[in-house]
Ligand binder design. Structure first.
Ligand SMILES: Cc1cc2nc3c(=O)[nH]c(=O)nc-3n(C[C@H](O)[C@H](O)[C@H](O)COP(=O)(O)OP(=O)(O)OC[C@H]3O[C@@H](n4cnc5c(N)ncnc54)[C@H](O)[C@@H]3O)c2cc1C
Ligand code: FES
Length: 356
């Protein structure tokens, strides 16, 4: 992994690459870059076997964040630059303050494995400004409900820490799911927060140690007044589907706000793919019609530009030149020549040619 290489390595790289003025500055201190935001890693803390909290020191001109927001992190892994989103797990600080992200290594995950297991103090990571609307409203409610699982705890941790720091913590029922006690990401900090604030009713459910996955009956018994509490939920797709179905069946319930780490995908039973042709790079590859064109292109060795990988940022948009594509979030097919398509959430529906 590289975050940013040590000085000697950077010098060598620069000597063999045409330089821009910004490059001379970043040679000596990556944080002097005016083109990119480079955060220095000042602490690396192992949370669980597969999750790590990175404490980042952003450059002074980084714009700060609202609790619950995420940032895009650029990392070079095996010579290829990738971008992934990570929610900030720390509370907002004053300008120049450190922030934390907590990364769970996914099996075969290109970036999460590198960030969670190979990052070192004094590495640099390229970051974006904070984005996202998974936040407290201006007036933090008197009572609230959090439902999280796995690494989905991160934005909620930031929100709870923020409200606690402001002395505005609501009466908060917090259901958090993990396979086992040892798998609870940010578990020590979560317990400490709950111990320090009696208004937090923390219910930790370990599903491989006797605990049940969320069901409507279970929610009603754990939080009898759940329909009256504004709720925030973040976690794996299965949890979010259960939560959203429950709220959809209960139209009178107080509002639910959801944060997804992966795009919503509809089940696709009967789809055909086709040949995906890359007009600018040359060549093409067969597609199964279910895998995003971004992932298909990456598997074919291309490095398309991208940001969020879930249809939010438009950082992956390319021009469709021929054929139709399927939006994997809705199952709908669309496309005319010269349409701009988001390749992170679309797959070919038949033979397709794109300007990539
Ligand atoms: C708004 C937002 C906030 C996020 N916040 C966090 C966070 O705080 N902590 C954190 O650890 N992650 C977070 N993520 C997820 C993160 O962006 C990456 O998707 C994740 O780290 C996997 O990247 P990768 O490169 O390792 O996997 P890839 O190499 O891209 O994928 C490897 C395999 O894992 C699958 N996969 C990809 N993402 C996930 C996922 N999230 N869960 C399960 N399987 C997956 C892929 O389909 C593929 O099969 C967030 C995502 C978003 C959109
Ligand atoms: S990468 Fe953000 S919309 Fe595709």
């Amino acid at each position: 992994m590289s975050a940013i290489a040590p000085l000697a390595q950077r010098l060598l790289h620069r000597l063999t690459t045409p330089l821009l003025p910004d490059d001379y500055l970043t040679l000596f201190n990556p944080q002097w870059s005016q083109r990119t935001l480079q955060a220095r890693i000042v602490a690396v803390d192992r949370e669980t076997d597969d999750a790590t909290t990175l404490t980042l020191r952003p450059p002074a001109r980084w714009g700060g964040h609202r609790a619950g927001q995420y940032l895009r992190v650029g990392a070079v892994v095996d010579g290829v630059r990738h971008s992934r989103c990570y929610s900030i797990s720390s509370a907002p600080t004053t300008a120049g303050g450190d922030i934390q992200i907590t990364v769970k290594a996914i099996a075969d995950g290109r970036v999460s494995q590198a960030l969670a297991h190979q990052t070192r103090v004094n590495d640099y990571l390229e970051i974006s400004d904070a984005e996202g609307a998974f936040c407290w409203p201006e007036a933090i409610p008197q009572r609230a409900l959090f439902i999280s699982a796995g690494s989905g705890i991160t934005p909620l941790m930031s929100m709870a820490r923020d409200a606690a720091a402001q002395g505005r913590l609501p009466a908060l029922t917090w259901l958090h799911y993990a396979p086992r006690q040892n798998d609870v990401i940010l578990g020590t900090a979560l317990q400490a927060l709950a111990d320090a604030h009696p208004q937090i009713d923390l219910q930790l459910i370990c599903t491989r140690e006797g605990g049940q996955h969320l069901t409507p009956a279970d929610l009603a018994s754990r939080c009898p007044d759940w329909t009256t509490r504004p709720a925030w939920s973040c976690g794996p797709t299965a949890l979010l589907e259960t939560v959203e179905a429950l709220w959809a069946e209960t139209p009178d319930a107080a509002p639910l706000t959801v944060e997804r780490f992966r795009p919503r995908a509809v089940p696709l039973s009967d789809v055909t793919g086709g040949r995906l042709t890359f007009l600018s790079s040359g060549g093409g590859v067969d597609s199964d019609g279910r895998t995003s064109m971004l992932e298909t292109a990456e598997a074919a060795g291309l490095m398309p530009k991208h940001g969020c990988r879930m249809g939010i940022c438009h950082g992956c948009t390319v021009k469709l030149k021929q054929g139709q594509v399927r939006d994997l979030r809705t199952g709908q097919c669309f496309g005319d020549e010269d349409d701009l398509i988001q390749i992170c959430v679309c797959a070919p529906a038949g033979d397709v040619a794109i300007e990539l």
